[in-house]
Write a protein that binds this ligand. Structure first.
Ligand SMILES: [Zn+2]
Length: 247
């Protein structure tokens, strides 16, 4: 029995698991989802983040057996290309260093409410198959949500973005809700696709709000939006939609 065949960034080194059709280890094998050993994946994840080894790139997290509720990640975490077969629970989690969630696939709900990201948070190209909540989360550095696919409800209610918030080319299939969110720097939605309403209600923008090449299938709602830079700080918005901005 050789070692894991996973090739995404670095060598895994774990023994190949007999049930994996692709010669993956237990942590990288999609087959762990319906196996009693699946619980061991979460156990190993806990052991690793407690010892500062938070490289979960390409891991397959089974639906049952664990979560990251309230976990304080002291070192950089890497979930790149990981798959959550069920719920991805990060409520109240604290990321003291960088958080890499690039290309993650969430089959279940994803919950990042009240999470704190002390350094850059990279969610580029994530697919959120079910609803995702970032309510009251705090991003102290840049938040990258480029090319994310929000298939179901998404909530950024009361979310605070201290750095750049980049949603370029992101697809919102359900209403995009930024009610009460605060953007201390630029909020960028270049080329984003809003398939339903985009709700910027009581949202505060201190930098620019950039809609260059964005497509609104549903009309944006700007009620009680606070634009520190005035209407001039809203870029790329179709003239027909500019009338919706406060004067
Ligand atoms: Zn592996």
């Amino acid at each position: 029995m050789g070692t894991c065949a996973y090739k995404g960034g670095g060598v895994c080194g774990e023994p190949a698991w007999v049930r994996s059709g692709q010669g993956m280890c237990l942590y990288h094998a999609a087959e762990n989802a319906d196996d009693p050993l699946g619980a061991d994946v979460w156990g190993e994840a806990r052991r690793r983040y407690r010892t500062g080894q938070a490289d979960f790139s390409g891991w397959q997290f089974p639906a049952q057996g664990g979560d990251f509720l309230g976990v304080v990640f002291e070192s950089p975490v890497n979930f790149e290309s990981a798959v959550f077969a069920g719920q991805a629970e990060f409520l109240n989690a604290v990321f003291k260093a960088g958080a890499n969630f690039r290309d993650v696939f969430c089959r279940g709900e994803a919950r990042f409410g009240h999470a704190v990201f002390e350094q850059e948070a990279d969610f580029q190209q994530v697919t959120f198959h079910r609803s995702v909540m970032f309510g009251a989360a705090v991003f102290r550095r840049d938040a990258l949500f480029n090319r994310v696919h929000f298939r179901q409800a998404n909530g950024f209610g009361g979310t605070v973005f201290h750095g750049l918030a980049d949603f370029s080319e992101t697809v919102f299939r359900q209403p995009a809700v930024f009610e009460g969110a605060v953007f201390h720097r630029d909020a960028v939605f270049r080329g984003a696709a809003f398939k339903q309403e985009a709700k910027f209600i009581h949202t505060r923008i201190r930098g620019c709000l950039d809609f260059e090449s964005a497509v609104f299938d549903g009309p944006p709602v700007f009620s009680n939006i606070v634009l520190d830079g005035g209407a001039h700080s809203v870029l790329g918005l179709d003239p027909a939609l500019r009338g919706r901005l406060p004067v």
